[in-house]
Design a protein around this ligand. Sequence first.
Ligand code: TYM
Length: 330
Amino acid sequence: MARVFSGIQPSGELHIGNWLGMVRSAVALQDQFECLYCVVDQHAITGGYDPGTLADRTRQMAIGLMAAGIDPSRSILYVQSHVPAHATLSWLLMSITPLGELERMTQYKDKAQRFESVPTGLLTYPVLMAADILLYRADRVPVGEDQVQHLELSREIARKWNSEFSPGAPFFPEPQAILSGAKRIVGLDGQAKMSKSLGNTIGVTESPDQIWEKLRPAMTDPARKTRKDPGTPELCNLYALHRHFSPEATVAEVATKCRTAGWGCLECKRVLADQMVATLAPLRQKSLELSARPDDVTAILADGAAKARRLAAETLVGVTERMGFLPEDR
Ligand code: TYM
């Protein structure tokens, strides 16, 4: 059976960008494939972080994934640092990854600008990503658009490793990105990608009041200056969100009321808030239930890590053999 892998950073909250961009497809893929989903805490330390909150954020993200429908009885759900083979394989893959490829990664170039002295981990981040995927010889990887370049590099690393160490019989499959219909959700500022670090998110488990507090001031069509001006839905980020949260008839009504100035932006936001609250209510409920059972969450993650370690160990044997390392028992 084909294998699916994806990872998510423990940013603390699962937001509607992650959810629409990756997690919903990850949930759907559980029906057809053997799936592994990983909270990538080792990726989260590459650009400065708070050690005091990392563990809680990691647990919270695992809860968010389960609340969204990642089912630990069908998928392997675990925490990256609980499976040391990720870091081991990353090191092995670094030996064949060209420095120039890492230096040209868009996310690296953006993030590196924020540092006077750039941490090496920021540069080698995509190699750890390749290791995450290749460790399970996964074929498919649900991701949002911002990860596509990293995925292409993972494919290149797999190709290069195969041709050097496993010529003629490729050991690693070249993993394919699976993009959802919501591959880039824009944040509430109406400009940048929705991202926790930019503070422009709505969390999937936020309360109705919190959702409204965030939607109320959110950016709409910038050209619509007053209530009386007709708007252009296609220029409004909240219209884009309506398309993900509201039924078709509501989306059509929103477009008409916007174009004719029948509704002001606030009325449109109220409708969106109601739809969002209704869509996300089951996730919020499940998240509250799971948060009240911390021991169960611990046990689920321990079980996931044990399963992942077994699969990872098999791959590492195949890798180290092909790379010519001395086996322990010879
Ligand atoms: P991360 O934690 O930033 O995001 C998790 C997933 O959500 C997608 N995503 C979005 N999609 C649409 N619109 C948005 N505004 C949005 N924000 C986030 C991301 O594309 C991603 O799929 N490096 C990865 C984590 C990772 C990984 C992996 C992914 C580590 N190893 C191996 C796949 C395979 C990251 O930082 O994602």
